[in-house]
Structure formats: C-alpha cells, structure tokens
Design a protein around this ligand. Structure first.
Ligand SMILES: [Zn+2]
Length: 131
C-alpha cells in the first residue's frame, strides 16, 4: 500500500510486481488491518480517538468520493490527513496495494521492503491484516 494514498502504479511496474488496483479500481479506499487494530490516535498530541469519531470522519470522506482525506482532529483542533493518523497497527488509504496471502510470517524484512520500494520507485506502507 502506498504512503501517498492518491498514487496509482504505472502498468509496467504493476506487471513486474504482480500488483493490482484496489477493489474500487482507481479510487482511494480505506485499507483496514481488521482485528489487529488496537487504537487510533492523534499524530500531534497523542490523544486516542473514540471509534465513533473516526468512523464518522471516514464515512464523510467516503461519501465525498475520498476527494480529500483532510480532517480537523477533535483533541487539538489541528487539520491533518486521515492517512497520517497514528494507527496501531498500521493501516490507511490507498488507490493501489500489493497483497501477500498467508505468508507464514508477519512482516517483510527491511531488505524485502527496500527491494520492493526500489522496484516500484515509490515508498510503501506495510500492513498486517487479520480478518
Ligand atoms: Zn491532538
């Protein structure tokens, strides 16, 4: 999944990595880590958000077609991107993602992540999804 949620992988790079667009095609979608999600907190002051606030903020942006991910956080009144909130475990938003199903281990090694980043020419945000 891309660090910049609006990025779309060029076709040649997608074919090299056997990557594929998100289920929504070329639009931004939320990529949730499932049961691995422990808390969502403010990247500025560290306050934990109530699940209701986050769900409502995502729903509002969804109905706008995710044309923006910017929100004003309730704890310190700072405008930030939903993609930049502190997710424990990592999750976020993307137009494109690469999935490895049942990898028999948790995370990519630093070398594997660097290799993928080099091949794609774009930074990635690794996530561990538990559904
Ligand atoms: Zn805050």
């Amino acid at each position: 999944m891309w660090r910049e949620p609006d990025h779309l992988l060029p076709r040649a790079q997608a074919e090299r990595t056997r990557a594929f667009p998100s289920s929504a095609g070329s639009s931004v979608e939320v990529v949730i880590c499932g049961f691995n999600l422990g808390r969502i907190s403010c990247p500025h002051c560290g306050a934990e958000f109530a699940p209701g606030w986050w769900g409502e903020a995502v729903s509002e942006r969804y109905y706008e077609g995710f044309s923006t991910l910017m929100v004003t956080v309730p704890c310190c009144d700072v405008e930030t991107s939903l993609n930049e909130l502190a997710y424990d475990w990592p999750m976020g938003f993307a137009r494109f993602r690469i999935e490895v199903t049942y990898p028999n281990r948790a995370w990519l090694t630093d070398e594997e992540l660097a290799s993928l980043t080099d091949a794609l020419g774009h930074p990635l945000r690794p996530m561990l999804v538990h559904i």
